[in-house]
Ligand binder design. Structure first.
Ligand SMILES: [Zn+2]
Length: 145
């Protein structure tokens, strides 16, 4: 009898969820963020801040569950793809930073005018360089060779 009820519940849940978006990485992220916020909120001594954070948690959770139950699967998967893109971007940036750090013979400086990144030989002292992109002349100070 009990098992039958469980099966029935499962069937009803499946029926309810059919055509709806369900759980994805963005859901876990939103859920995680609101969990962390709730934990932090336990230690917030100011009532006004506590209330605002609590409202924020409700909004995030609301959005998370709205996404799970949404029938607009295309829009929801696009949101999740944006998150995936964002994560890839961060990983790329991290990789670039690691590569530049490992480059002992050169330094990387941003041109103050066009923001192009210049790879310059690492020679201690003050130098003047010319940006190859916009031909702006600017000073570079290398502290350690
Ligand atoms: Zn430039």
């Amino acid at each position: 009898m009990k098992r039958g009820n469980l099966m029935n519940f499962r069937y009803k849940l499946m029926q309810f969820m059919s055509g709806r978006y369900g759980i994805d990485q963005l859901f876990y992220l939103l859920f995680g963020v609101s969990t962390v916020l709730s934990l932090i909120n336990c230690f917030v001594p100011w009532l006004a801040v506590k209330v605002i954070v609590q409202l924020l948690i409700y909004v995030i959770m609301g959005f998370a569950f709205y996404r799970v139950l949404s029938r607009n699967v295309w829009a929801r998967s696009r949101e999740n793809q944006l998150l995936a893109k964002f994560i890839t971007q961060i990983k790329k940036q991290k990789n670039i930073r690691r590569q530049r750090k490992a480059d002992y013979t050169h330094i990387y400086k941003k041109c103050p005018r066009c923001h192009a990144v210049l790879r310059l030989p690492r020679r201690k002292g003050k130098h003047t360089t010319v940006c190859p992109k916009c031909s702006k002349e600017f000073k570079v100070h290398v502290f350690k060779a």
